[in-house]
Write a protein that binds this ligand. Sequence first.
Ligand SMILES: Nc1ncnc2c1ncn2[C@@H]1O[C@H](COP(=O)(O)OP(=O)(O)OP(=O)(O)O)[C@@H](O)[C@H]1O
Length: 672
Amino acid sequence: MPRREHGNGSDETERETVNDLDDLGSAVDVEVDGEATIEENPSEDDLLGGLRIGSTQEIEVPDRLVDQVIGQEHARDVILKAAKQRRHVMMIGSPGTGKSMLAKAMSELLPKEELQDVLVYHNPDDGNKPKVRTVPSGKGEQIVEAHKEEARKRNQMRSFLMWIIIAIVLGYSLIIAGQILLGILAAGIIYLAFRYGSRSGDAMIPNLIVNNADQTTAPFEDSTGAHAGALLGDVRHDPFQSGGMETPSHDRVEPGAIHKANKGVLFIDEINTLDIRSQQHLMTAIQEGEFGITGQSERSSGAMVQTEPVPTDFVMVAAGNLDAMENMHPALRSRIKGYGYEVYMDDTIEDSPEMRRKYARFVAQEVAKDGRLPHFTSDAVEEVILEARRRAGRKGHLTLEFRNLGGLVRVAGDIARSEDAENTTRDHVLQAKGRARSIEQQIADEYIQRRKDYELSVNEGFVTGRVNGLAVMGQDSGIMLPVMAEVTPSQGPGQVIATGQLKEMAEESVQNVSAIIKKFSDQDLSEMDVHVQFVQTGQQGVDGDSASITVATAVISALEDIPVDQALAMTGSLSVRGDVLPVGGVTHKIEAAAKAGCKRVIIPAANEQDVMIEDEYKEMVEIIPVSHISEVLDVALEGEPEKDSLVDRLKTITGSALPKKGVRGPSSPSPQ
Ligand SMILES: Nc1ncnc2c1ncn2[C@@H]1O[C@H](COP(=O)(O)OP(=O)(O)OP(=O)(O)O)[C@@H](O)[C@H]1O
């Protein structure tokens, strides 16, 4: 009998009877079924955290979304609280970390009993101001059915009457008056009059714009990228605006997401992309709890119509990245802040046996969700977990970018399916890693290949003023980025002449290195012209200051006329005191250097723990962690420096103004 393990030791029956939202904090860990077991104290290097499975088929996936969410403890707690208190939430963080999943989970936690249906009725006093009525969910359909039944009966009666009258008229004109044509004409007029009458009878049937009869949970409306009509509701245009052929205005009313989300959750990703007018209306809907529907296009007859207020009592979950927050309407932001919570999503989570078991469950969850993929063997799951470690880019952590990881699971499963394999194996996952390359990876590989074809990648010998820098493109592709520098005497005050869009970064790097140069030699860069060129590249990958030790080394090499080792590549950020500070994406950068044929790579010592390069690259490059520019020069420059020269003086420095590791706090944005 397999052992069932739950987060707080609660058993299955307890979990099913949880009613209070506070209790939901004790989510299940991993439910196992079939032959699967969980070992008590698994060793640290057990990739499945003690989970013993034949395949993911044996792992049970919890039904509720909130129990499926891995990591994001803070966001999860906020969602639980906000669901209970009906508060708005803003979630900021990387794509694919579970923002919309949590919003959906929230809708499952809201009480379903409060749901309402919304009906729009014809207003006999003012045809352009339809009436709005709300009724408990399920009642709306009944009301519409009752109206339809009534109209049907009325029409039957009318038809019966009509045919009797037509028969009398035809009979009279045929038999008594002998006027066949006149009889047919009269019958036609009678027919049309009755039809017109029945149309106006149908017009009295209300329009059920929000129908929650079949909702199993509170509604969840995703309005990401929605245009005004889809968000705020609309009234369709009527080409026949009069003369009896027109459609009554209440029948043309369409609800918006704000109305359909009533008593549920309205989710909007990249909220800043909504136009300002929509953001303002959204604010009104939040504040008033109701919002009438009108035609959104000024030139449409729908714009003449304005319904009575329609309830919009939703909880809003706004999401996006940091830019989204900065660019959203300040009043809307303050409304969410004032009446709700703000959460920053985690990108990674600490690696632990419990967490790895959850990642195994994630694979089972993705297979179940897709419905067609063959289940994963245990070593295939191990490979996915290894990839989650690698993608975290931080030692002892796993990535929380599940959308991308889910992509890997699906590609691996698809490969297995195309081979009619019974299960998805480790080999399929390895193949998928090769195939599921992001656009950035494909561009980076193409770029490396081109440079190889044209022999532009210099990876041997010594060249003055040229250094192989490294950068990342997107989130997961490294690229080698050579930097060239030349220092010339200036006619007037010296300047930094940098080409392209990297100008600012180059200027900043030169300023940092000029402080060091001034301190250790009698040369002053501000009296010289410093030319810096990022060779053959656009601005891809160079974000932040991760090329600043590269620029500094190129400038010092040019200034002192000492050649630089071209079999070496480097990345690191430089402080004005010469400290080499940590940067992002070291793993991908090292791999890019290896692919480009470099033999050694300099990285900041503080990043040493983040290196998780694939085995194939381990043999190809030597990694040299450094913490000061003096060490960089020691490794990079050819030969021994002349006594008392700048480089000689710099090389004597070993001390650093900053601690060597963990300089950057967890909340600091990671530089690229
Ligand atoms: N924390 C998580 N735990 C388990 N699965 C997750 C988690 N985060 C994401 N997923 C999986 O990844 C999928 C995509 O996540 P989701 O759409 O919630 O991301 P998002 O943060 O809203 O991204 P975006 O901002 O790009 O829309 C989910 O359907 C789910 O399968």
